[in-house]
Design a protein around this ligand. Structure first.
Ligand SMILES: [Zn+2]
Length: 195
């Protein structure tokens, strides 16, 4: 059988959230019996489960599943990792890019795992500052590298569409551990990601 993508949703959660969305849409002044909206509460319930699936995933297990003994001890960088998350204050999206670097200390990790770690922590209700710390700490505590660095640049819909309505502002957060606390190493990383 060829590849088949399967999405699974908890039926109980979908039903509960669907009913609540129906109420919310009506409270906002819409008619949920309108043709285009008939299946919207259910679709929204599924979309929200997808966007918060990180609560049910184990980032440590993901990293540990792809750690390999290796003597390489230069900087490894994965940059421009697409990132989509939800601001926990308004439940509106924030999105942008993450850049991650680490210096191995006997182990390397499968490169695709770093974007997956970003997804696990991004697919929750978040603030950009905590997201940065969680990615940083997870890699630091699990891989135990000589150093790790994380930079996240993101645009926040809650700033762009409401509130101050600043469409072009980008928020940057960063965190550094181990070797990256040294200014030369940190600067080399920032130069390599074009900062
Ligand atoms: Zn917000």
């Amino acid at each position: 059988m060829p590849y088949k993508k399967v999405e699974e949703y908890n039926i109980q959660v979908t039903d509960d959230v669907k009913d609540r969305y129906k109420n919310i849409i009506e409270d906002l002044g819409e008619n949920t019996d309108r043709d285009g909206l008939l299946k919207t509460p259910e679709r929204a319930a599924k979309a929200m489960q997808f966007l918060t699936q990180g609560y049910h995933q184990d980032p440590v297990e993901i990293l540990k599943g792809a750690m390999f003994k290796e003597s390489y001890n230069e900087m490894v960088i994965v940059k421009d990792i697409e990132l989509y998350s939800l601001c926990e204050h308004h439940i509106l999206p924030f999105f942008g890019k993450a850049h991650i670097a680490y210096i191995p200390n006997g182990h390397i990790v499968g490169l695709s795992k770093l974007p997956r770690i970003v997804d696990v922590f991004a697919r929750r209700l978040q603030v950009q500052e905590r997201l940065t710390e969680q990615v940083l700490d997870c890699i630091n505590d699990t891989l135990k590298p000589q150093g790790v660095a994380v930079v996240i640049e993101a645009s926040h819909m809650c700033m762009m569409m409401r509130g101050v309505q600043k469409q072009n502002s980008i928020t940057t957060t960063s965190g550094f551990r181990g070797q990256f606390e040294k200014i030369e190493t940190r600067n080399e990383f920032l130069k390599l990601i074009g900062k």
